[in-house]
Design a protein around this ligand. Structure first.
Ligand code: BES
Ligand code: MN
Ligand code: ZN
Length: 461
């Protein structure tokens, strides 16, 4: 998709109309914005995507939109630059579809070719549309990685994808294999990886865009390339979709790549422990005790609670960077989906200000997050019996408060880092829902939020 300043012959004018219905008259594309103007940010994002989704349904290729119409529709709280950015993001995200495994239909795929946005102020073209487009292209790359079937997305392939994502930028990348991890003592990652014939990889990305002395933002992403559940194999239908269990890792890869491509003046480190969680004669067993990089032992009480275990080593590894803040991103629990539905990721932090910041940036970026408590009262969830920390709650019914149990486990390992830390349980937002005008499959969350966070620290520097 390309943005140009003026329409050419054959471009279809887009008109915004009251009501929810949308249609193509043969001359114009009429898109309903609802029954109330102006549109606040949340509504605006959806409406902007709806324009492209409707155009695609009608197999239109070239659209003619008037900036003044957009401006008149959007709330005054949204600045010109912000509106341009939101539009760039929304148009490009709504155009994406996962077609890598599909034969091209005779009439071609229904992607948009060009959008002309007439009367766009000069500063909005580059500072708004262009930036939004770059962000969305990276979000879409993240979605492509997540959408890749488990058979085609192994830890090694994920590591190769990370290298490709930062190619040509200043970002550096290093990948630790089984040998290096053994030397370091990363028993948590290695333990979960044991059941699979795929070698685990620990992907380390560094982008130094500010002075070396400035503490980096460390982003950690769960990279389980397929989650069978391990020996406690997932039942029935619940394994389908688990090729996306590396979505946190994919988001971190592309957030780092985006910061490097846009030359943001901040230091960013991305850490992605990548494993396949498989059952086999060598797989980790319930009751096994793993020695983590921190020195603490982890009691495996359930082989399907693997994400937190590999993240433990990554949290400990982050300490060597003396980070400004650490955020981990993981499709950690089905319980998060039960609690929040498909609209927001779970947010847990050991620092109130940092939690507030992430909530605000989530709201602005469109990657919505919602807080859950990590009160001391929940400490009993992570009391080990024969090891230091159990990987599922040992306080009563292990299903109760499943999201918080995940957060509490990670908090134990985050404590030692000595900086604000937050955990995003993105399981609720792993796939796009029916009402957000995005193609089926991975939602690409929270690339936009992580990038906003990196930009926030660039400005603070
Ligand atoms: N990857 C899953 C969580 C998940 C489930 C993500 C559905 C997205 C959609 C995770 O590794 C897992 O299996 N969690 C268990 C934890 C339980 C054993 C404590 C779960 O949610 O059932
Ligand atoms: Mn699991
Ligand atoms: Zn998992």
């Amino acid at each position: 998709m390309e943005f140009i300043p003026a329409p050419k012959k054959g471009f279809v004018p887009v008109r915004f109309i009251e009501g929810v219905l949308s249609r193509y008259s043969g001359k114009e594309l009429l898109v309903g914005y609802g029954d109330k103007k102006p549109l606040v940010r949340r509504k605006l994002i959806l409406f902007l995507r709806k324009i492209v989704a409707t155009a695609k349904q009608n197999r239109l290729k070239n659209l003619d939109i008037n900036w003044k119409d957009l401006r008149a529709l959007a709330s005054k709280d949204v600045s010109d630059l912000a509106l341009g950015k939101l539009a760039g993001e929304a148009f490009v995200m709504a155009d994406y579809e996962h077609v890598a495994y599909k034969e091209k239909p005779r009439e071609g795929f229904s992607f948009i070719e060009t959008i002309a946005v007439r009367n766009t102020p000069e500063e909005v073209k580059r500072g708004g549309f262009w930036v939004g487009e770059q962000i969305a292209l990276e979000v879409n790359e993240c979605r492509s990685l997540s959408n890749m079937p488990g058979g085609d997305m192994t830890p090694k392939i994920l590591a190769a994808a990370a290298k490709k994502a930062v190619k040509g930028t200043k970002a550096k990348i290093k990948v630790l294999g089984r040998k290096e991890m053994t030397k370091l003592g990363m028993g948590a990652v290695l333990g979960i990886a044991k059941g699979s014939s795929e070698e685990p990889q620990f992907i380390v990305m560094e982008y130094w865009g500010a002075a070396k002395k400035d503490k980096p933002v460390v982003l950690i992403g769960k990279g389980v390339t397929f989650d069978t559940g391990g020996l406690q194999v997932k039942p029935g239908d619940s394994m389908l979709g688990m090729h996306m269990d590396m979505s946190g890792g994919a988001a971190v890869i592309h957030a780092v790549a985006l910061a490097a491509k846009l030359k943001v003046k901040a230091n960013v480190v991305g850490l992605i422990p990548a494993v396949e969680n498989s059952p086999s004669g060598e797989a980790v067993r319930p009751g096994d005790i793993l020695k983590s990089l921190s020195g603490k032992t982890i009691e495996i009480l359930h082989t399907d609670a693997e994400g937190r275990v590999i993240l433990a080593d990554a949290l400990t590894y982050s300490k060597r960077y003396n980070p400004q803040v650490v955020v981990d991103v993981a499709t950690l629990t089905g319980a998060a989906l039960v609690a929040l539905g498909t609209q927001a990721s779970g947010l847990m932090s050991n620092n109130q200000k940092f939690e507030d910041l992430l909530r605000q940036l989530g709201e602005e970026s469109g990657d919505y997050v919602w807080p859950m408590p990590l009160w001391e009262e929940y400490d009993a969830m992570v009391k080990g019996t024969f090891g230091d920390v159990p990987n599922i709650s040992t306080d009563g019914n292990s299903r109760d408060g499943g999201v918080i149990a995940g957060g509490k486990f990670l908090e134990v390992f985050a404590k030692d880092i000595g900086c604000p830390w937050a955990h995003l349980d993105i399981a609720p937002r792993m796939t796009a829902n029916q009402n957000e005008f995005l193609a089926k499959g991975a939602a690409g969350t929270p690339v936009r939020l992580l990038f906003a966070l990196v930009e926030y620290y660039a400005k603070a520097n």
